[in-house]
Design a protein around this ligand. Structure first.
Ligand code: PLP
Length: 386
């Protein structure tokens, strides 16, 4: 048994050449020349790295890319979207605090607020955040955090971020926005009064369904605290996922533009198809938040849309069998189009009454539209509908 002698195989010098793409530093720990250097890095007087959970170059590179997109002053990369949400909340709440949150949040976020934070006596009051009066009424009681999603899953209800930002400021309450569905391509919540914005990079931003990551960004002095929360609670990211996400971001705007154009075209086309009851897309004039979305969103209306089939669950099953080219995959933001069934996946554990109230029926299909030729997507869907 022999192993290469590590002292004989130093990493080759690059000489004067530099890699064209950002290198991947897949190392959980770094070496230092002496104790004085350790002190300088630990005291933040000199740039450097010690232990990857506390910070690593690929994470910092990704954070720089994102805070530019968000127009923020700091960003912290976390190991998942849920890690980012947990870090954002755990970083600012105290025992006994009150949170006001949307009643249409991502399922795991609702679970976090309802079943986990309550163990620390942090209690959440859920309201319809599309109704500003209801939010204002809820904030009459002292509240420390207002938590919303820019665009809800699956029915794409949009919240009036400028109005909520103003309200939160008046009440001296932090506004945390989950911007995963809209992404900074459509809107930058930090410009509209959000204290912190989080995104699951797992979805459209990394965009290739091969990483699990999240990000929190903000302006002002919360950055240091969030860095500490991320490394102490262990919400940290790994370098390879960050490297992949940085690569994904290079095409993010192109993908969002094409996917959103596809979604808008499909929304119109689906409205004309037999067997389709209803199409839900914020870019359609009959969507309840069409005017708001038009005012809030920069470029267009995003890549997510829903349509409802006549005939409920049985019709959806028939559709799935005859539409094999669009994978049934309960996530979103892939390069190609995928579909999901909210009633049985993301909203499986939402009560039937609440599903009825929101309009999440058994016939509802959610599409995460990709960047393929729209004709190919239409052909695949037309087979399913036939
Ligand atoms: C997916 C998602 C999350 C969670 O992100 P993960 O990376 O899966 O942990 C949070 N919020 C929304 C709106 C999401 O779609």
């Amino acid at each position: 048994m022999s192993t290469p002698n590590p002292f004989h195989t130093p990493f080759p010098s690059l000489g004067q050449s530099k890699p064209l793409i950002p290198p991947l530093y897949q190392s959980s720990v770094f070496t230092l020349p002496d104790l004085d250097t350790l002190d300088l890095i630990m005291n933040a007087e000199e740039q450097g790295y010690i232990y990857a959970r506390d910070g690593h170059p690929n994470g910092h590179y990704l954070a720089q890319q994102i805070l530019e997109m968000e127009n923020g002053s700091w960003a912290a990369i976390c190991g998942s979207g849920m890690a980012a949400i947990s870090a954002a909340l755990l970083g600012i709440v105290q025992k006994g605090d009150r949170i006001v949150a949307s009643s249409r949040l991502y399922g795991k976020t609702t679970q976090l607020l309802r079943d986990e934070l309550t163990r620390f006596d942090v209690n959440t009051f859920f309201v319809d955040t599309s109704n500003n009066d209801e939010v204002e009424k809820a904030l009459e009681e002292p509240t420390q955090v207002l938590f919303v999603e820019t665009m809800s899953n699956p029915l794409l209800r949009v919240v009036d971020l400028p109005a909520l930002g103003k309200l939160a400021k008046e009440k001296e309450c932090a506004l945390i926005v989950d911007n995963t569905f809209a992404t900074p391509y459509l809107v930058k919540p930090l410009e509209l009064g959000a204290t912190m914005v989080i995104e699951s990079l797992t979805k459209m931003m990394a965009g290739h369904s091969d990483v699990t990551l999240g990000v929190i960004s903000g302006r002002g002095d919360l950055g240091m605290q969030m860095g500490t929360v991320v490394s102490t609670w262990g919400f940290s990211s790994n370098p390879f996922d960050c490297w992949l996400a940085s690569r994904g971001l290079a095409t993010f705007a192109l993908r969002m533009r094409t996917a959103s154009e596809n979604a808008a075209g499909l929304a119109n086309w689906l409205q004309e198809q037999p067997g389709v009851n209803k199409v839900i897309y914020p870019g359609l004039p009959d969507h309840p938040d069409y005017q708001l979305a038009k005012r809030l969103f920069n470029h267009n209306f995003g890549n997510m849309l829903c349509f409802e089939l006549n005939g409920g669950r049985a019709a959806v099953n028939r559709f799935l069998h005859h539409c094999p080219d669009i994978p049934f995959s309960p996530s979103l933001g892939h390069i190609t189009t995928t579909l999901s069934h909210p009633a049985l996946t993301s909203h499986r554990y939402v009560s039937p009454a609440e599903k009825r109230r929101q309009g999440i029926t058994e016939g509802l299909i959610r599409l995460s539209v990709g960047i393929e030729d729209r004709a190919h997507i239409q052909e695949a869907i037309a087979k399913g509908l036939a």
